[in-house]
Design a protein around this ligand. Sequence first.
Ligand code: MN
Length: 202
Amino acid sequence: MSFQLPDLPYNFDALEPHIDSKTMQIHHGKHHAGYTNKLNTAIAGTDLEGKTIEDILKNLDMNNTAVRNNGGGYFNHSLFWEIMGPNCGGKPEGQLAAAIDRDFGSFDEFKSNFSSAAGTRFGSGWAWLCVDLNGGLEVCSTANQDNPLMPGECGKTPILGLDVWEHAYYLNYQNRRPDYVAAFFSVINWVKVSENYNSAIN
Ligand code: MN
């Protein structure tokens, strides 16, 4: 039983003009495919084979570089594709919207907090919106392909993630990471993020 590269839930050009088709093709077809293949190689014949990716990340030996980098890369990108979409953006509704207002003060405060986490992550990494078992929200960021579920990180469940590796934006935005972060808010699929929120607390 090995991990499979998930199909994109939309076409490569579906997120234009915010994220360009060429970037999506390379990001999904080369980068994510590479993490998936290398994860499968790294766990083949070990006791990690057959476990869920969440189980692997939560109980990870952080010195196991191959599983740390490629297991993180597999999980992080699988979430990333799902929480974006065409004709998205805007704001969340319902329970998640109420939780954002409660924990950050307002949606704009959350946006500022998350954008800051994405902008100030030095080098490669991710910005996250995470939830605890009681529904409490927190913004954090991780380096490289690390993930909030891994030992030493916040330990909460990521429900929204933004890839700030240069491979995620350089073709279209070059060094302008803040412009890419701003554009990301036009493609967030809040319906999916709300589903992630609800399933994490139930
Ligand atoms: Mn990436």
